[in-house]
Design a protein around this ligand. Structure first.
Ligand code: DGL
Length: 272
């Protein structure tokens, strides 16, 4: 059954629960919209999956999510998906699509030392889209990249109330600071939507004070701009958290604990 609609429906899509960092930004900026979060839990994590699979999978899941929620706008709240499949998604849906990609431009404006650390999934750091962003927006600054293994999973564990393996945080920070010239990093771009959810754990391991940059606030502003004529003055409402993994109880508990009114299992027809 389709949800009734009085105000814009925004679908926030991620491989898992990283989209919640973007939902936090929508709430902070008080967007008068109804929010639906779709986690592709059956396929998490994307950061270690083959590009050929994701390029087919991401638009398919998003189309199913739009259909189920009557979304007016979709946020692809996943750098790993956006840097690969934004064109594919835009070609297959007829509502505005907001992509979340590494925030290189603001980081280049903020660095004082001229060295930026880019923390993302192993896939995002190697994408040609990421190369192009750096070429276009790094303003001649040095960008040291690290593809963090297991860090998105550690964020999911934290959300589920478990204690993530501290080695994962250590490895993520060492992956940046142990590179040649790494000691000069003064700005870190959190280029995976899961990472703002574990910023405190990363910050505790910082060798010196750092500026942390993520895409949340910019994405909320872009969404507000696109929906400016349709939003109302009320608070951001968290309607439903959708998952693609059949019996994903832990994820559903997190979604309800976060404030979603309901959860829903989404059936996605997908064959490789
Ligand atoms: N949250 C996703 C991103 O922004 C990726 C997490 C994953 O590996 O699935 O890149």
């Amino acid at each position: 059954m389709k949800p009734p609609k009085n105000r814009p429906h925004v679908l926030v899509f991620d491989s898992g629960l990283g989209g919640l960092s973007i939902v936090n930004a929508l709430i902070e900026q008080k967007l008068g919209v109804d929010v639906f979060h779709l986690a592709d839990t059956a396929f998490f994590p994307y950061g270690e999956k083959a590009d050929e699979t994701l390029i087919l999978r991401v638009p398919t899941v998003i189309r199913a999510g739009i259909e189920a929620t009557s979304a007016d706008l979709v946020i692809v709240a996943c750098n790993t998906a956006s840097t690969l499949a934004l064109d594919g998604v835009r070609a297959q849906v007829d509502i505005p699509v907001v992509g979340v990609v590494p925030a290189i431009k603001p980081a280049a404006a903020l660095t004082r030392t001229g060295t930026i650390g880019l923390l993302a999934t192993p896939k995002t750091v190697t994408r040609s889209y990421t190369d192009q962003l750096i070429a276009a927006f790094s303003d001649g600054k040095t960008v040291l990249r690290h593809g963090a293994v297991g860090l998105a999973g550690a964020a999911e564990a934290k959300l589920a109330g478990e204690t993530p393996d501290p080695e994962i945080f250590q490895a993520a920070m060492s992956g940046l600071f142990d590179q040649k010239g790494g000691e000069a990093i003064d700005v870190i771009v959190l280029a995976c939507t899961h990472y703002p959810l574990v910023q405190a754990e990363l910050e505790a391991l910082a060798p010196h004070p750092l500026t942390w940059v993520d895409s949340g606030a910019a994405i909320a502003r872009r969404t507000a701009h696109l929906l400016q004529d349709q939003m109302d003055q009320g608070a951001t409402a968290l309607r439903s958290g959708l998952t693609t993994g059949g019996a994903d109880e832990a994820t559903r508990r997190v979604l309800v604990g976060f404030g979603f009114q309901t959860t829903q299992a989404l059936n996605v027809e997908f064959q490789l």
